[in-house]
Design a protein around this ligand. Structure first.
Ligand SMILES: [Cu+2]
Length: 169
């Protein structure tokens, strides 16, 4: 998970337990990556351009990642105890491979909000289709002053409503 232009890239990272994640600093100034989440609590301290630190994620859950220097920097790491997850592409499509036949409960997740669980049955050797409505707020917007939803800045995005937000993105 890179730190670039005061932004974590990617904004959302999905991994399985036991994965070690690098946090390289690609900016010309210091960052201080930390998390207070139950699934992983860490503070990597300040480190300079070109340096990197790592964290191993052993507990499943949602990890909120922040920078102690730049309060608008935030990201999510979703740690799963199983491999049956997928990130949507630019068109919102997703595909979960190699799911054994059976009935499952599927949820969509976006920026900390989950959809209702939806049942789906995967047939033996077949494919199941499931459209999920992630009727949620826009994934991420940056306003003119550089703040990120859902942390509106006072200059142009004092209102936390997405409609106001979109006019200043
Ligand atoms: Cu920073």
């Amino acid at each position: 998970m890179d730190q670039r232009n005061e932004t974590f890239v990617p904004h959302v990272l999905a991994i399985t337990t036991g994965t070690t994640v690098d946090f390289p600093n690609s900016d010309k100034f210091y960052h201080n990556v930390f998390s207070l989440s139950k699934a992983a609590t860490f503070d990597l301290g300040r480190y300079a351009a070109g340096r990197s630190r790592t964290v191993r994620f052993d507990r499943p859950g949602i990890v909120r990642v922040f920078c102690d220097i730049h309060s608008h920097m935030n990201a999510f790491i979703l740690v799963f105890s199983h491999p049956f997850f997928a990130m949507t592409d630019a068109d919102g499509r997703y595909r979960i491979e190699n799911v054994p036949p059976g009935t499952y409960s599927v949820i969509a997740w976006n920026e900390g909000t989950s959809s209702e669980p939806r049942p789906v049955t995967v047939p033996d050797g077949g494919i199941a289709e499931l459209g999920l409505h992630a009727a949620m707020r826009p994934a991420r917007r940056r306003c003119a002053a550089g703040s990120f939803w859902p942390a509106p800045c006072s200059q142009c995005c004092a209102s936390a409503s997405p409609s106001t937000w979109s006019t200043c993105a």
